[in-house]
Design a protein around this ligand. Sequence first.
Ligand code: ADE
Length: 227
Amino acid sequence: MRIEAVTIFPEFFDVLDISLLGKARENNVIDFKAVNLRDYTHDKHKTVDDSPYGGGAGMLMKPEPWGEALDELLNPDGSTVLIIPSPAGELFKQATAQELAKEEHLVFACGRYEGIDHRVFEWAKDKAKLRLVSLGDYVLNGGEVAALAMIEAIARLIPGVIGNAESLVEESHSEGLLEYPSYTKPAEWRGLEVPEVLRSGNHAEIAKWRKEQSLERTKQVRPDLLD
Ligand code: ADE
């Protein structure tokens, strides 16, 4: 999969060199590049922002550098998914990650300041599969941290990124529930014991216990997932 993130802070994405995603990049399973939006400006100060028409606090990102960057990055056949991290977008869920993991090419457009001139979205909706996506109901300083979280959630679902693909099957949200609690050795630690059933070797009972625990935890913490 090819992924690019357009940003004025490319160094945010240095963390993608680390751990499993770093390995996936080394092995060419993922081809990731952070693209500096300022490379698509033409003035001495590499300006990417300006004040909003109609007034209001803060600055907006100018459309021209975005247009030039996207002209270069989007596939001409319209097959690129252009993801704009935004608190005003659809909520990013595990199902979103699963959908996006099947795509060939993702471009993340990371806005800063008060956002990006709206014409960039109007123009891009005919050139790419455009999605405004929110990480959650809170506001970050820009799209970079949200893009990083989404890239990790998506990339780990690509075959070959995680060594043990089975670990993807029984994790939280994979079946709409939160994951059951897990334990490792020792069997007793600080007076707390691993539940007997997990040491019983009875796989049917273990599966039943885990399912019950998943349901109970979901009911307690995230009842909205059961609706
Ligand atoms: N940019 C700022 N806040 C955001 C959020 N909650 N999700 C995605 N992108 C954002």
